[in-house]
Ligand binder design. Structure first.
Ligand SMILES: Cc1cc2nc3c(=O)[nH]c(=O)nc-3n(C[C@H](O)[C@H](O)[C@H](O)COP(=O)(O)O)c2cc1C
Length: 305
């Protein structure tokens, strides 16, 4: 069709704004080449921590009427395992790959980033600051501006490439957190991770998850994430990647109109493995509707009128 669906997040150019979010794109060979990549602009990896993580015990996924609750616990094989087992395949992928890195203790995360930097080839690091600060008060790094800033500053010291920060939507002052992240030299904000929820197992009469709370994702959170994208886009100058409940081309276009430069899509892939292809193929309509010549022209357009 020849429609220009390309977008830029900072200096990175993607052929489409659709990026599978962390935790949903498997490492199976056929996901890194061929037709599964149709309509995909970049891929975000599963969480990577310094050492392997077993993940949480008990129930890990719980369906709700308009989304899923998850308590996976950042299960992964650690950065050395990732480099040994997956990096070759990941780097042979024709689309840019973003490494999702768990914010742990500052020195641990610095070491993880160093390993990735030495290995080379990763387009951007996405730092997930929704994890507890175990040296601090145990609250997630991204909840307050000062701890978020510290996390970003420590990552910025070691990572020379584009640094994306994946915000927690649980912050009381998201704008303050976003500004603090920007001022520490982040290149983009991913807005945002899952929203805390809870499931009740009505058979046992007990909370569904061992840790009681879990992260809600999927269509239920789309209006919440859209609102946050709009607010954060109005407060910072760095690019924003919208994330939360995007399921259709219309959701994706709404995120762009609100100010996101690209979107990450998670839960939609569990329902339809071709979700990225489907979302992307519905986007040309919005170029026409807004009488522009390329998709990137609609970014932030809702704010300009
Ligand atoms: C099963 C599952 C695993 C996830 N794993 C991670 C992860 O490892 N790191 C991370 O930053 N986010 C993780 N997420 C959050 C997603 O990347 C995304 O931020 C969230 O699901 C909201 O997007 P969605 O509504 O499109 O799913 C996970 C989500 C799900 C459902």
């Amino acid at each position: 069709m020849g429609c220009d669906l390309s977008v830029k997040v900072g200096n990175l150019l993607f052929s489409s704004p659709v990026i599978p979010a962390s935790g949903v794109w498997p490492y199976d060979d056929d996901f890194w080449c061929g037709e599964k990549l149709d309509g995909i602009g970049a891929i975000c990896t599963k969480a990577i921590s310094l050492n392997a993580k077993q993940g949480n015990k008990g129930v890990r996924l719980w369906e709700t009427p308009a989304g899923i609750l998850n308590s996976i616990g950042l299960q992964n094989i650690g950065v050395r395992g990732f480099i040994e087992e997956h990096l070759k395949k990941v780097l042979s992928c024709p689309v840019p790959v973003i490494a999702n890195v768990v914010m742990e203790r500052e020195e641990e995360t610095a070491e993880t980033l160093k390993h990735l930097q030495d290995a080379g080839g990763i387009a951007a690091a996405e730092l997930n600051i929704s994890c507890p600060n175990v040296d601090g008060d145990g609250m997630a790094w991204g909840i307050e501006a000062c701890s978020a800033a510290r996390a970003v500053a420590s990552a910025r010291k070691v990572w020379n490439g584009p640094l994306w920060i994946k915000m927690s939507p649980q912050a009381a002052d998201s704008i303050g957190v976003a500004k603090a992240i920007e001022s520490e030299g982040a290149d983009a904000l991913v807005v945002a991770n899952t929203w805390l929820g809870m499931g009740m197992d009505m058979k046992t009469g007990k909370p569904a998850f061992d840790r009681v709370v879990a992260g809600l994702s999927g269509p239920a959170i789309f209006p919440l994430a859209l609102r946050l994208v709009w607010q954060v886009a109005g407060a910072v100058s760095i690019p924003i990647v919208g994330c939360g409940g995007v399921t259709s081309a219309s959701d994706c276009a709404a995120m762009l109109l609100a100010g996101a430069s690209a979107v990450e899509v998670g839960t939609a892939f569990f329902r339809e493995i071709k979700a990225g292809t489907d979302i992307c193929s519905g986007l040309p309509k919005f170029i026409e509707q807004h009488r522009v010549s390329s998709l990137s022209e609609i970014i932030g357009m809702a704010k300009h009128s």
